[in-house]
Design a protein around this ligand. Structure first.
Ligand SMILES: O=C(O)CCC(=O)C(=O)O
Ligand SMILES: [Fe+2]
Length: 230
């Protein structure tokens, strides 16, 4: 009967029908408004100690549009001379990164069941023009451990590719409070951020981030930090 197949998924709308690869998880609305504000309080404290800074591409020195900082034993940095690397100190203050807030350590454990905590929390700040090209979270980060990522503030169009750069890309709208995590068969999935939707959330402006925008927090485990080898 014709109507049967239509009524089988009565609540499934086109925007929710993005079929995500095995190992890639999207948890819409994981944090409610109070939960989001609470994480932001923690992040504001981190940023007071380790301010957002300007990263640059290896060799060309082209500036990245996303401003970044880190918490944890190691931070991800890139500049013209040194290229992509993990290091224990902030490139402009020279200080060690502040610890990863316990709220995020708890999130990691709760979602992934991992006993070993993450040792890097990359903080990405996107303004209206910022974007992040398709990439894999590779480098020296552990491939045994998943990647856990929290979205705060304006919506983002997140790109979910495949295991090859050429694979087709799906677009996933991420809202404030959403959590994405990927591991196992999806650990090396290509992904990126096509852009944000400026003004789609008042969270950051309400919490005193004058320019609005979007903050993304990405938790990872680093096995072989670059500056241990130098
Ligand atoms: O901003 C995001 O949602 C993704 C960030 C990301 O992929 C990264 O920092 O490696
Ligand atoms: Fe990434």
């Amino acid at each position: 009967m014709g109507h049967r197949s239509r009524s089988r998924h009565p609540t499934l709308f086109a925007s929710e029908a993005v079929d995500l690869p095995p190992g890639f998880h999207h948890l819409p609305g994981f944090y409610d408004a109070a939960g989001q504000r609470s994480i932001l309080v923690d992040i504001r404290a981190v940023l007071a100690d380790a301010p957002l800074f300007q990263q640059a591409m290896p060799k060309t020195g082209a500036p990245l549009s996303v401003k970044m900082s880190n918490a944890g034993t190691f931070g991800w940095v890139t500049d013209r001379e040194g290229g992509y690397r993990y290091q224990s100190r902030h490139p402009t203050t020279g200080k060690q990164w502040p610890p990863i807030p316990s709220s995020l350590l708890e999130l990691w454990k709760k979602l992934t069941g991992e006993v070993i905590p993450p040792n890097l929390c990359l903080i990405n700040f996107y303004d209206a023009e910022a974007r992040l090209g398709l990439h894999q979270d590779k480098g020296e980060s552990s491939l045994d451990a998943p990647v856990v990522s929290v979205s705060l503030g304006d919506d983002a169009t997140f790109l979910v590719g495949g295991m090859s750069r050429k694979d087709p890309v799906r677009r996933l709208r991420l809202h404030s409070g959403d959590v994405v995590w990927f591991g196992g068969p999806a650990r090396l999935i290509y992904h990126g951020v096509e852009g944000i939707v400026p003004g789609s959330s008042s969270l950051l402006t309400d919490e005193g981030f004058a320019d609005g925008g979007r903050i993304n927090l990405t938790l990872r485990r680093i096995d072989r930090p670059s500056d241990e080898m130098t």
